[in-house]
Write a protein that binds this ligand. Structure first.
Ligand code: ACM
Length: 536
């Protein structure tokens, strides 16, 4: 797309003195402060030649999704887009001049990042009109996986609120939503082949009180689950923002809701067997039994998942906190272990992990599991380990790297956003346990070092990302979720993006303040610097 054909018109703004406060900070950013910039009061006019190429169309879509004003199909060209070779497919460069905006990207996945940088760069010129400063950006992320996990199992989370969280993620260039769709307290996704999962598994007799988790509220919950249409809607919306949704169904533990719906999936021969959707938090003894009916069930469920999440290269199989006690007490499982030459019940989980990896490989997907999946023997080399148990020694992060696995870091020492950030009445009582830092505010998150000392260059390449996890035992609604995640998520986004030596806490705080107008516009209940909620 030649510049001539696009009929570049000058659209100078008045002088631009305000500097954009972009999060995450671009690797290279040069702003001509005080110079004229690009007038945004009419938006960016896009010549129809640009809109005719696939790359150009994708760029226009990314700009619109990021709420940058564009006027496609014009006879005037103020945007050029070009693909260039670069190892990092998320690499992009932007040049803004009074005449227009030139984008260069290494791959389509860089377009949402470039678009968000532009969205965050719109400031006011001295005449008070929206403008982009004359500037040059060259940028690429440190790590390819920048995620947030949402848990609609312990408390429901509406489609609308989920989409709002996606907008917040996209703003800060997070690109993976890990959607925790089944747990002991609820099954939250419609599965056509097994309707009782939602008929039975999507509601429970009562919910623990927020003020005292030991006590129930005595109120049966309404059924809550996402229909397949709603799932598709969320996935499509996420994709429009450059976010891939990774579903998680827990295997073999945290599976009470499914087992309550289909009791034959569990260890039904143990004394006192009476599965029901859990009404308490914590770890429950119910696990899947290694039976044929269970594998038939998992095969069907994950086939529907793969269809609903066509772009998810990875599917999360859970794998955390699976107690062994029912397997130890089940005559069926004891016989199964003998037949398979298993010496301890942990090998049953290991068996499940292998079956799930095979099953998903047949769909062309790789598994992700919580770091317990490597505790009981080698698992397939392409399994991704999600590191969360910061307190376990030897470190499961290092063990996973030594075994050659890709690792996503979501240690509870830093990235459990359900944990409290302070001691205010607005902070949940849910505090980090034991040896962990008691209050984990954005500064604590910002100080995280994502590249452990002493690892090899080869191991460094297996550190594929960072993720915040927001469990919902203590988070009953959208505003609470926002209070727990914003602006901590901004800190996580920058830690995943910028090499550690380029991070500066004090300077970062200035850029957090620069987000406040956007938080206000989006009606986000963010945590202010003094700890108070913005929308109490
Ligand atoms: C976890 O927090 N149980 C992964």
């Amino acid at each position: 797309m030649g510049m001539m054909a696009c009929g570049i018109h000058a659209a100078p703004s008045a002088e631009v003195r305000e500097l954009p406060g972009i999060i995450p900070r671009p690797l290279q950013l040069q702003v001509s402060a005080g110079a004229v910039g690009f007038d945004m009061s009419r938006g960016i006019r896009v010549h129809y030649n640009v809109s005719r190429s696939e790359l150009g169309r994708a760029a226009v879509r990314a700009l619109m999704a990021a709420e940058v004003d564009v006027l496609p199909e014009e006879n005037v060209g103020e945007l050029t887009v070009e693909q260039v070779a670069h190892d990092n497919k998320e690499w992009y460069a932007i040049e803004v001049s009074p005449q227009g905006i030139a984008l260069r990207v290494a791959g389509l996945q860089a377009l949402p990042c470039a678009a968000q940088t532009l969205a965050q760069s719109v400031v006011k010129d001295v005449a008070g009109k929206p403008a982009l400063p004359t500037m040059q950006v060259e940028d690429a992320p440190l790590l390819p996986w920048r995620g947030l996990m949402l848990d609609p199992c312990r408390h429901p989370l509406s489609v609308e609120q989920t989409c709002k969280m996606l907008r917040i993620m996209a703003r800060y260039k997070l690109n993976r939503l890990h959607w925790h769709l089944a747990d002991d307290q609820g099954w939250r996704i419609e599965i056509k082949a097994y309707p009782r999962l939602t008929e039975v598994g999507s509601h429970r007799a009562e919910t623990p009180l927020l003020a005292n988790h030991e006590q129930g509220d005595g109120i049966p919950t309404e059924p809550f689950y996402y229909t397949q249409d709603e799932i598709r809607q969320v996935v499509a919306y996420a994709n429009s923002l450059g976010i891939t949704v990774i579903p998680e169904i827990e295997v073999p533990g945290h599976s009470c809701a499914a087992i309550a719906a289909y009791p034959e999936l569990g260890n039904s021969d143990v004394p006192g067997y009476a599965p029901r959707v859990a009404t308490t938090w914590g770890v429950l003894p119910y696990t899947y039994a290694p039976k044929e009916v269970t594998m038939k069930f998992l095969t069907a469920v994950f086939a529907e998942l793969c269809e609903l999440f066509p772009k998810a290269e990875f599917i999360h199989i859970g794998g955390d906190e699976a107690p062994r006690e029912q397997w130890q007490r089940s005559p069926f499982v004891q016989k199964f272990m003998q037949q398979h030459g298993m010496r301890h019940a942990g090998q049953v989980q290991h068996w499940f992990t292998h079956r799930m990896a095979e099953l998903l490989a047949a769909h062309g997907r790789r598994i992700i599991g919580w770091d317990e999946i490597i505790d009981d023997g080698a698992v397939p080399g392409d399994a991704v380990v999600m590191y969360w148990r910061s307190w376990v020694r030897p470190s499961s992060l290092l063990r996973a790297l030594q075994a050659g696995h890709d690792v996503i870091q979501s240690p509870d020492s830093h990235f459990y956003f359900n944990f409290s950030q302070g001691k205010l009445p607005s902070d949940p009582k849910y505090r980090p346990h034991g040896s962990l830092t008691a209050e984990q505010d954005w500064r604590h998150v910002y100080a995280y070092n994502p590249v452990p000392e002493g690892i090899s260059e080869e191991q460094r390449r297996h550190l594929i990302g960072l993720q915040a996890n927001c469990w919902s035992e203590s988070i009953a609604d959208g505003p609470k979720l926002e209070y727990q995640t914003v602006p901590r998520l901004c800190a996580l986004a920058e830690v995943a993006w910028l090499p550690a030596h380029m991070r500066q806490e004090k300077e970062f705080l200035g850029r957090i303040y620069a987000q406040y107008p956007w938080f206000e516009k989006e009606k986000i209940n963010y945590r202010r610097e003094d700890g108070s909620p913005a929308r109490p």
